[in-house]
Write a protein that binds this ligand. Structure first.
Ligand code: AMP
Ligand code: ZN
Ligand code: FE
Ligand code: FE
Length: 291
């Protein structure tokens, strides 16, 4: 089994990269990838701490992007990047822009919460973030600590989610820019959790994939915690149709998504090892998914 979608404390996961590597080793996972939002600090920490011999580690990232204009949609539009070169200068420069955008957003969200009569400050939020980048889940946690809401979902449904009173949009790259930055860093761009993408005009997901493939997309996240068996079959067929690599991961966030376990999602996921092998060979051989 493998798990190619994991968040560490470098973004909004609650386990450090070192703890994640230890957990994966104990579970005898064959391969993992740390795919933090807009940062490679977790992946770097994992590599620096040393990866056990029987575990394969894929340096990864998850980038929030805006969907192509021809395919209006809501939901989470994220591009995963696998086997990126962590030292790549242009990647590191670009990530700084995204991290800056996040930093600028937090005070705006706090201001909105304050305007709603909620007494909350950046210090209440930082304590949940272990020196990593701050995201809305950290703010949600602070709202729980303050007794404003009971659960993270409630925090998103009442305040932080899109269209809710404390929602502040953040700067995003276009799909093309996100794919491009991953390719330029020697990585493999993969569309994350297609099930979370909700087309506004009832356009088929195949149309989106066709557009993204034209931009250089190389893979589709076929296995995901929220995918049913039917979804897996459907997305696997789409990947084959468009000659894309298939990947899979749980989107483990530790206690911030307590119902998702590393390696097994809601308990029943089993992502086959050969997906990792194919990804590995594609990365080795000039990123050609046909191999
Ligand atoms: P941010 O990066 O600050 O935009 O926050 C994104 C994170 O918030 C992701 O990890 C999502 O899993 C989480 N998230 C987004 N919407 C919701 C929601 N409705 N309920 C719980 N978590 C959410
Ligand atoms: Zn997250
Ligand atoms: Fe995501
Ligand atoms: Fe994720």
């Amino acid at each position: 089994m493998i798990d190619l979608h994991i968040h560490s404390t470098a973004s909004d996961g609650t386990f450090s990269a070192i703890e994640i590597v230890k957990m994966a080793f104990k579970l005898r996972l064959k391969a993992i990838s740390i795919t933090d939002h807009d940062t490679i600090d977790g992946a770097t920490e994992a590599i620096q701490s040393g990866i056990p011999e029987n575990l394969n580690f894929v340096p990864g990232i998850e980038i929030s992007a805006s969907p192509p204009e021809q395919f209006p949609c809501s939901g989470s539009f994220h591009i995963l990047g696998y086997f990126i070169q962590l030292q790549n200068q242009s990647l590191n420069q670009t990530l700084k822009t995204l991290q800056e955008a996040r930093k600028n957003r937090n005070p705006l969200i706090i201001q909105r919460l304050n305007d709603l009569g909620i007494d909350i400050s950046i210090n209440d939020i930082i304590v949940n973030a272990s020196n990593g980048q701050i995201g809305r889940p950290h703010i949600a946690k602070a709202l729980i600590s303050k007794g404003v809401v009971r659960t993270i979902n409630e925090a998103f449904d009442t305040y932080l989610g899109k269209g809710k009173p404390a929602y502040v949009d953040k700067f995003r790259f276009t799909s093309e820019q996100a794919i491009d930055m991953i390719l330029k860093a020697g990585g493999i761009p993969v569309l994350a959790h297609p099930v979370l993408i909700k087309p506004t005009n009832n356009q088929p997901i195949e149309y989106l994939i066709e557009i993204l493939k034209g931009m250089g997309l190389k893979g589709l996240e076929v296995y995901y915690s929220d995918h049913t068996e039917l979804h897996v079959k459907q997305y696997s067929n789409i990947a084959k149709q468009f000659d894309l690599l298939e990947t899979g991961g749980t989107d483990f966030h530790g206690n911030l998504k307590p119902d998702i376990m590393i390696g097994s999602g809601r308990g029943n996921m089993s992502i086959p090892d050969y997906l990792y092998q194919k990804l590995f060979f594609a990365a080795q051989l000039g990123h050609d998914p046909k191999v």
